[in-house]
Design a protein. Structure first.
Length: 257
C-alpha cells in the first residue's frame, strides 16, 4: 500500500491558521467521528425453515478501503468490528470449547441399518459438529476451521428436545480461513431484535417478524440477544437436511458484512 504525503495538508493548514489568526484569533476543531448506519433488515428467515430465501453474503470483488477499526477474516467474509459495538457485552461466563482448527477434519460414522451414516467433524479427540449429509459436513468444516472456540447458549437444558433450545456461536476467528461460496444467511439489526415470553414454552428471540430461536430461560434468551448484537448476519449449517430429526443437525454461525 502506497503512503500518501501529508505535506500539502500541512501547508494548507498553515495558511488557514494565519487567516484565522488575522481575522479572529486561533480556534481549535474537534475531529468528526462518522456514525455507522445499520444495515438493511430483511427479516425473511426462520430457524429450521427449509426453502426460505436467504440474504446471501456478497463476495468482495476488490480489496476493501483502509479501515482504522480492527478486522479479521471469517468464512467467506471480512469480519470487521464496528466501533459502535466494541463496548457491547458477551455472555458471561461463556460456555465455550476450545479446539485446534488445523487438526479439524471429517470422520464418517457408519451405522446399521443402512442410511443412518453420519459425518462428524472432530479436532483431536473433540467432536465439534455432526451432520447427516456429507455436503453439510464439508460446509461445516469451513466454519470450524475459521475459529478456535465453539460456544453455546442453553446447552444442558432439560427440555425433551434440548437441541431446539440451544444456540451455537463461535469465537477467536482465524485469519485466511476457507470461504463458504453460498452461505445460508439472513440479515438482522440491533433495533429489530427482541425477546418475548411464551410461558411454559420458553423465551423466543425475534428479528422483527422473523422467528429466530427459542430458549429455555429468559437468561439464555438475553445472552443470545447479546451475541446477535455483535453481528448483522445470522447463518445456518445443515438446513438442507429434511429428516424428522433435522433439528439435531442444524447449527448457527454469525458474520458482519
Amino acid at each position: 500500500m502506497t503512503t500518501r504525503s501529508r505535506k500539502p495538508r500541512i501547508v494548507v493548514g498553515l495558511f488557514l491558521a494565519l487567516a484565522l489568526a488575522t481575522a479572529a484569533g486561533c480556534a481549535a476543531k474537534s475531529p468528526t467521528i462518522p456514525s455507522a448506519s445499520p444495515p438493511g433488515d430483511t427479516g425473511d428467515g426462520q430457524f429450521g425453515e427449509v426453502g426460505a430465501t436467504p440474504s446471501l453474503i456478497p463476495t468482495p470483488t476488490e480489496p476493501p478501503a483502509p479501515d482504522p477499526s480492527p478486522s479479521t477474516t471469517g468464512p467467506g467474509v471480512i469480519l470487521t468490528i464496528n466501533p459502535t459495538l466494541i463496548l457491547l457485552l458477551w455472555p458471561s461466563p461463556p460456555d465455550c470449547v476450545a479446539y485446534d482448527p488445523l487438526t479439524a477434519g471429517i470422520v464418517t460414522l457408519l451405522a446399521i441399518p443402512p442410511g443412518t451414516t453420519t459425518y462428524a467433524i472432530r479436532s483431536g479427540g473433540t467432536e465439534i459438529l455432526r451432520f447427516k449429509r456429507l455436503v453439510d459436513a464439508q460446509e461445516g468444516l469451513k466454519v470450524v476451521k475459521s475459529y478456535k472456540e465453539h460456544c453455546f447458549i442453553g446447552r444442558g437444558n432439560s427440555r425433551p428436545n434440548p437441541e431446539s433450545y440451544t444456540l451455537h456461536y463461535w469465537l477467536s476467528p482465524v485469519a485466511n480461513s476457507p470461504a463458504i461460496d453460498s452461505p445460508d444467511c439472513f440479515a438482522h439489526t440491533s433495533a429489530g431484535l427482541y425477546i418475548e415470553d411464551l410461558g411454559a414454552t420458553g423465551w423466543r428471540l425475534r428479528n422483527n417478524n422473523e422467528l429466530i430461536a427459542i430458549f429455555d430461560t429468559k437468561a439464555d434468551a438475553q445472552d443470545a440477544l447479546l451475541v446477535f448484537k455483535h453481528f448483522n448476519r445470522h447463518c445456518y449449517l445443515g438446513r438442507g437436511y429434511s429428516g424428522s430429526d433435522r433439528l439435531k443437525y442444524i447449527y448457527e454461525w454469525f458474520a458482519t458484512v
